[in-house]
Design a protein around this ligand. Structure first.
Ligand code: DX5
Ligand code: ZN
Length: 223
């Protein structure tokens, strides 16, 4: 039985009471928290830095947190986010000049590492570094904003990544991020995803427990 985890993206949370909103989503069944970092350079938007992650940890949030760096460059932020409390650091391979080196920076701190692939990014980046990766994140949208529609061809990409993982390193987690909703989560799970990252569908709902339970039910029907 594969692991299936719901990771709400707090980019869509209520920032005027962030700690409280995160606690609420966790008590409603979230397994981990997705922390989107945007720098108004790699993507045309700006979100949160390491201080916010640190304050979330001080508030008492202790579930695993995956930090998704949508920044260019990435190297100088890696250590800062690890010290602030990240469990996973995930970045886009084309956003660093020296991919192997950036992965080593994460591994040196014994943190889990991941690569994120935009809809048009080739999976070839995996070829020489897959042994250093704990999680692969497939984007269902072009990064930068929550609330966008899932790009249908992503399903084929998820299936391809699932084959690569099963053949080469089966313990790599496969996360999908962007455009996940109650209607498409089942096909995303059938294609082979383990981690379902969702922002607007969860935080836009007025009943976190109900939406997360329905998502988990849709996933479990496939197994
Ligand atoms: C997109 C971010 C996603 C996104 C998820 O750039 O990486 O995490 O905000 O939000 P939804 O689920 O609303 O697409
Ligand atoms: Zn993200």
């Amino acid at each position: 039985m594969k692991k299936h985890l719901i990771s709400p993206s707090i980019i869509s949370a209520n920032f005027s009471c962030l700690g409280k909103d995160i606690s609420k989503v966790i008590s409603s069944g979230a397994d981990m928290i997705h922390f989107d970092v945007m720098d108004n350079h790699y993507v045309p938007n700006i979100t949160m830095g390491p201080f916010i992650l640190e304050s979330i940890r001080s508030y008492g949030i202790n579930v695993p947190i995956d930090v998704h760096l949508m920044t260019n460059p990435v190297d100088n932020l890696i250590e800062k986010f690890i010290f602030a409390g990240a469990n996973y650091i995930i970045f886009h391979p084309e956003s660093t000049l020296h991919l192997d080196k950036s992965l080593n920076l994460i591994k040196n701190f014994k943190c889990k590492s991941g690569l994120a692939f935009n809809p048009s990014t080739s999976l070839n980046y995996l070829e020489y570094v897959i042994e250093k990766i704990d999680i692969i994140l497939i984007m269902g949208v072009n990064p930068g904003f929550s609330g966008q529609s899932f790009i249908p061809n992503t399903i084929n990409k998820i299936k391809n990544v699932r084959k690569i993982i099963d053949n080469i390193k089966p313990n790599i987690l496969l996360a999908v991020d962007g455009g996940i909703n109650i209607n498409n989560i089942s096909s995303i799970s059938k294609a082979g995803a383990n981690i379902f990252i969702s922002g607007s569908e969860i935080f836009g709902s007025n009943n976190y427990l109900k939406i997360i339970s329905s998502m988990k039910k849709k996933i479990s029907c496939n197994f």
